[in-house]
Design a protein around this ligand. Structure first.
Ligand code: UDP
Length: 372
């Protein structure tokens, strides 16, 4: 065999695994069917702006080890994510915090805000929240649910809030302080020079073949290495034999505008149900409106993000981790657990709504487990 490890997918899981294996003296080959590295974290340079081609990625973590790890491959800027929600022209602060409560109800103190939420939770009769709708109302009350959550979530997931798992809304902080930082994490930032540069450093010295589809010659590729790290869809790996898992996909509509400032921040969410996109990204604000040399960018690039239901051939972005799909995934995982040669990792390989830092932590610990 020519390689110790063949890694399918040059996204975060694959690239971190490759780095670790390579540094441990293993012979490694990475392949990816796309023409670029970085998976969905990839950034593309347009007019000096690092465009997040597959949607906004803001690195944030509480994990010291992961933070030190990523800082080996890039310097991180001190970008703080402060998106807002636009509901039919009314603008609200995110995540849900005292600014939002003040804008929604005119309340000034945490006591007033808590009382308002408690009253709306009681009126809805929720004791033990069983789905996203009940969880949202019980966390922030019905008014915020109706204006800032319901439309956005139903557009993003293509399902009603009462049919979605509660954990999805628990990703967002709820605070009774005036603080618009979208994340609670200890560390937060964007790699200087863009994520693609970060990936180039992560994969430095490692053999990578792009435009290379594993399934075009699975047997041939399987014969190349002792072990295979597979970061594609787990159901596709097994030929969808128990049925296809559900995913949400995204389409991006990009405009290059001869404007200095289009929306004054990196992300604006459109939370009503009628606007067909869920958010607009203005990429220059991830770098404070500056290029890599620190010069002011003249133009701007925006992307509108349209969610839709994935079907084979589309790009999968989000696993739909409801009970039905998790149960189906367990069947595939039972097969995967019995494999000796194959390791499954990442959002698609594990069918898990992972954040970037958690993917890195998982890849690092899998490497350690594998070399033991
Ligand atoms: N969400 C919402 N309104 C918003 C932003 C988020 O209702 O303005 C909900 C929505 O259900 C979403 C979830 O919170 O799926 C998690 O949001 P997050 O920003 O973490 O999603 P991601 O950036 O991963 O798409």
């Amino acid at each position: 065999m020519k390689y110790d490890y063949l890694i399918i997918g040059a996204g975060l899981y694959g690239a971190v695994f490759a780095r670790q294996a390579y540094d441990a003296g293993k012979k490694v080959l990475v392949i990816d069917k796309r023409p670029h590295i970085g998976g969905n974290v990839y950034t593309e340079d347009v007019d000096g702006i690092h465009v997040h081609k597959y949607g906004a990625h803001i690195f944030h973590t509480d994990n010291q080890r992961v933070w030190e790890y990523v800082n080996r491959f890039a310097e991180f800027t001190r970008y703080i994510h402060e998106p807002v929600a636009n509901y039919k022209g009314e603008v609200y602060s995110l995540p849900f915090n005292m600014h939002t409560f003040k804008e929604m109800w005119g309340v000034e103190s945490p006591e007033e805000a808590s009382a308002k939420i408690e009253k709306q939770r009681r009126e809805a009769g929720i004791v033990d929240p069983k789905n996203l709708e009940e969880q949202a109302i019980s966390l922030v009350g019905r008014d915020i649910f109706e204006k800032l959550i319901k439309g956005y979530t139903e557009k993003q997931w293509g399902r009603e809030c009462k049919d979605l798992p509660a954990f999805i809304i628990k990703r967002l902080p709820v605070r009774f302080t005036f603080d618009n930082n979208y994340f609670d994490s200890k560390y937060q930032g964007i790699p200087k020079g863009g994520y693609t540069k970060f990936f180039e450093n992560l994969l430095d010295g490692i053999e990578v073949r792009l435009n290379t589809d594993y399934f075009s010659d699975k047997e041939g590729f399987d014969g190349l290495a002792e072990k295979i790290v597979y970061t594609g869809q787990i159901d596709e790996f097994y030929g969808y034999r128990f049925g296809a898992l559900k995913y949400r996909s995204l389409r991006f509509e990009r405009d290059i505008l001869e404007e200095k400032d289009h929306q004054g921040r990196a992300v604006v969410n459109y939370t009503d149900k009628d606007t067909p996109y869920i958010r607009v990204i203005e990429h220059k604000w991830f770098t404070n409106g500056l290029d890599d040399e620190g010069n002011e960018l003249k133009n701007t690039v925006i992307s509108r993000e349209y969610p839709f239901e994935w079907k084979p051939g589309d790009e999968p972005f989000y696993p739909v981790n409801d009970e039905e799909n998790n149960a189906l995934c367990e069947k595939y995982k039972a097969l995967a657990d019995k494999e000796d040669k194959f390791i499954f990792g990442g959002r698609l390989g594990e069918y898990k709504y992972y954040d970037m830092d958690a993917v890195i932590a998982a890849a690092l610990s899998k490497c350690e487990e594998t070399y033991k």
